[in-house]
Design a protein around this ligand. Structure first.
Ligand code: PFF
Length: 434
């Protein structure tokens, strides 16, 4: 039935869980704790909270409202505001296709690590292991494809039978794994130092860079600027309160980010490694530490399962965004759309999967293909798309702002911020980013 009729969430809770699934991803687990530590702990956290509540909540409400109002894919939603905006919907689609091309490579590594810990095939030096894994001309590609196929199954099966089921299983499991690991972490001797690193305010670190980092982090973590929330919003029923949903989402997303810090930093400080972000932390330093920890193997498996569920539920929302665009614009079936997209994303991800090995020396403006894709999407496309959404909705689509904010004093404040402050903020972030 879902091929012909527009799907809708089977319950409000299913929607909230799926939207949290989209938001909670690799950005929360390894990037948020690190940037919080690097930019002065509590000072960063406070700035981030203000930004997410008063700035990024606004485009989040707008994207959800846009989908809910028109009940269409991203391209059609913008086209309905004005046929002249079709290009902007298409740019959102391009962003939604480019992000998986590097994000899914990390998903592949995660699968590999789950496998080695499950089968007890554990290397003695993870630094050597990780570079060997990536220098293979085919292994990173096979792993990326494996992650892509697993993710694609769920949009292929549809919103209710696929996406909801996946999120309803993966998100609660992720929560339990995160809480268990955080408990193990705070019982370690370095817990106090680790938590201080993350939460103790260092006001001297307050800077323009801190604000821009907090803004970029908030956009990426809320999956704003590439149509994911428009798509998930388009499956909502008429009676849903968008503002309330957006703030619920922000609450849980931030909670997961903070818990991730509580899980990671005590470990980092107990075993005396450098608090860094990205590949080297999750795939080299932490696995090495796990070997010395109490309950080492179960902890390692739990950690990589947690990363897998975080990445997979975000990946599902990315694929669903482009799937919905293909179904509505090319008038093809859901299954056909997913198969075509799997092929496109698969092909696009090959160069970034090889970025750490065979194509290591192929650089664009000094960056590998993997880093270039990350830069173009996170630093350019997400703020640019968000800027345009704010201008379109703030100045030319009052029906969407009404749907997004409702009425009352707080709605008035959000509308004022949307029209006069946010365009300046995002334009500034874009210029500095470039
Ligand atoms: N929000 C995800 C994260 O924090 O890792 C990343 C992401 C997922 C961005 C889905 C965009 C998106 F549409």
């Amino acid at each position: 039935m879902e091929d012909t009729k527009r799907p809708s969430w089977s319950s409000y809770i299913s929607f909230i869980i799926a939207a949290i699934g989209s938001a909670v991803g690799l950005g929360n687990i390894w990037r948020f704790p690190y940037v919080t530590g690097k930019y002065g702990g509590a000072v960063f956290l406070l700035t981030y909270l203000l930004i997410i509540i008063f700035i990024c909540a606004i485009p989040l409400c707008l994207e959800l409202a846009l989908g809910k109002f028109f009940k269409k894919d991203t391209i059609t939603c913008y086209e309905k505001i004005s046929p002249k905006l079709k290009w902007f919907g298409q740019l959102n689609l391009i962003t939604a296709i480019l992000i998986p091309a590097f994000y899914f490579v990390v998903g592949g590594w995660i699968i590999n690590y789950i496998w080695i810990f499950l089968t007890n095939n554990i290397p003695s030096d993870f630094s050597v292991y990780f570079s060997e894994l990536n220098s293979s001309p085919y292994q990173p590609i096979i792993l990326t494809f494996l992650f892509l196929f697993i993710v694609a199954i769920f949009p292929y099966r549809g919103v209710n039978k696929g996406i909801e089921k996946a999120n309803n299983f993966m998100m609660p499991t992720l929560a339990v794994a995160l809480i268990l690991l955080a408990i193990v972490a705070i019982s370690l001797p370095g817990a106090k130092e680790g938590l201080e690193f993350m939460f103790k305010p260092d006001f001297s670190k307050f800077s323009e860079e801190l604000i821009l980092t907090a803004l970029g982090q908030a956009l990426f973590t809320l999956s704003i600027g590439m149509g994911a929330m428009v798509t998930y919003g388009s499956y909502l029923n008429k009676d849903v309160n968008i503002k309330k949903s957006a703030y619920t989402l922000i609450f849980f997303d931030t909670l997961v980010s903070i818990l991730a810090g509580v899980m990671i930093f005590p470990v980092v400080f107990t075993y005396g490694i450098e608090p860094t972000a990205g590949a080297s932390l999750a795939f080299i330093s932490l696995p090495q530490i796990f070997l010395n920890m109490p309950f080492s193997i179960p902890c390692a498996i739990l950690f990589f399962l947690l990363l897998f569920f975080a990445a997979a539920t975000s990946g599902i929302s990315l694929m669903e965004t482009s799937t919905a665009c293909f179904i509505d614009n090319f008038k093809i079936s859901r299954k056909k759309a997913v198969v075509i997209l799997t092929l496109i994303i698969g092909i696009l991800s090959i160069p970034s999967a090889l970025s750490f090995g065979a194509l290591e020396n192929f650089k664009i403006f000094g960056k590998t293909i993997f880093d270039s894709l990350d830069f173009v999407t996170s630093t350019i496309l997400l703020p640019f798309n968000t800027l345009i959404i704010c201008i379109i909705c703030g100045w030319f689509a009052s029906e969407i702002t009404k749907e997004a904010f409702g009425e009352g004093k707080f709605a008035g404040l959000l509308k004022f911020l949307l029209r006069y402050i946010l365009p300046l903020v995002f334009a500034y972030a874009l210029i500095v980013g470039l």
